[in-house]
Ligand binder design. Structure first.
Ligand code: DAH
Length: 341
């Protein structure tokens, strides 16, 4: 077989091989066999030595053409394989945008936090600032300086958890009044939200609950200011048509002291189960700050006067949302809590 014939058959063979290539491996084997150091084209080059001088240039040209053609085939196939690989990867990694998404469940605020924030929102609109005192309080702030001396019978109004060293779990946020007046001089307008503790537990009482104290001290503050303030408060919290009613009461730190009722927002005062057919619902306690309390904080009661009130947050939440058992607010049953989202 002449060299030319050999090249022709090698060329045919090469075209067949390249048409069958379907992977990087077979392509790499193709390169080895034709273009590698020990491949057919290298062999042909070596064989040139035995060709006659006259024929050598023409033969060299033919071999070279074969080489160039083989390289082109190799390059084209390599690019084709690369395209196929990209297509296959795209198919593998394709995202089905019609699939429904995975929902991340969202947390929400507890109803007591919602009510607390709402109360703060109403009073903040009237210029009140928020102050927070300690949950472990001393006897002095929780009782004595609030005009509840040791061994005074009014201490029995609250079942206190006592701690050693004259400390206790605060039974009311009222001690915050003392802490504020120790730090600030009038005019004062503060809210003191917080957790309070009493040894008491039934359908409407929990040993831990939340209060929101309010205190205003300035010149010429009277009981009328308290009623005006609370009217605005309950109208924003419950219903624009509700009114307040003050009933005489007793708290050691206020004189006069009042129990504040709102006209029933369920029945508009006609009488229903919520208001126990009285048309009124008790919502909080308050009064005119006792002169002794001002004095105990170095504020002259002949110049300044004040009003104070204490709101039970659980009670407001139960009224507002129609919750009949306080326990629901502390069990953290998601079926209950989700209703407030
Ligand atoms: N501290 C009282 C209680 O826990 C509530 C209260 C009544 C707060 C009258 C006040 C007030 O500031 O003036 O029952």
């Amino acid at each position: 077989m002449s060299m030319e014939q050999m090249i022709r058959s090698l060329r045919e063979q090469m075209e067949q091989r390249i048409s069958k290539i379907d992977s990087r491996e077979t392509l790499s084997a193709f390169w080895q066999d034709y273009l590698g150091k020990k491949g057919s084209i290298a062999d042909l080059m070596k064989g040139l030595g035995s060709v006659s001088k006259e024929e050598r240039p023409a033969m060299g040209k033919v071999i070279n053409e074969f080489k160039v053609q083989t390289e082109e085939r190799y390059k084209a196939m390599s690019e084709k394989l690369e395209q196929l690989e990209i297509q296959a990867r795209n198919r593998r990694e394709a995202v089905d945008i019609t699939l429904p998404g995975k929902k991340q469940p969202m947390g929400g605020l507890h109803p007591l936090t919602l009510v607390k924030n709402e109360i703060i929102g109403v009073f903040a609109g009237m210029g009140f600032e928020v102050f927070e005192g300690p949950e472990i309080e001393d006897d002095d702030h929780n009782f004595t300086r609030l005009n509840v001396p040791k061994d005074h019978p009014s201490r029995d109004m609250q079942d206190t958890f006592y701690l050693p060293d004259d400390l206790l779990l605060r039974t009311q946020t009222s001690g915050g009044q003392i802490r504020v007046m120790d730090q600030q001089k009038p005019p004062i307008k503060v809210l003191v939200p917080g957790r309070v503790f009493r040894s008491d537990s039934d359908a409407t009482h929990s040993p831990m609950f939340h209060q929101m104290e309010g205190l205003v001290v300035d010149k010429g503050i009277t009981l009328c200011d308290l009623q005006g303030l609370l009217d605005k408060f309950v109208q924003q919290l419950f219903d624009a048509n509700v009114r307040t009613r003050l009933r005489p009461s007793y708290f050691p730190f206020t004189e006069p002291s009042v129990e504040v009722d709102v006209s029933c927002f369920e029945c508009a005062g006609k009488g229903c189960a919520l208001c126990k057919h009285t048309g009124w619902i008790e919502v909080l306690g308050g009064g005119v700050v006792h002169p002794k309390v001002l004095e105990n904080c170095g504020i002259d009661p002949s110049v300044y006067s004040g009003i104070a009130f204490g709101i039970g947050i659980e009670r407001i939440a139960m009224l507002k949302y129609g919750i009949n058992n306080i326990g629901l607010l502390f069990e953290n049953d998601l079926r209950f809590l989700k209703q407030f989202q």
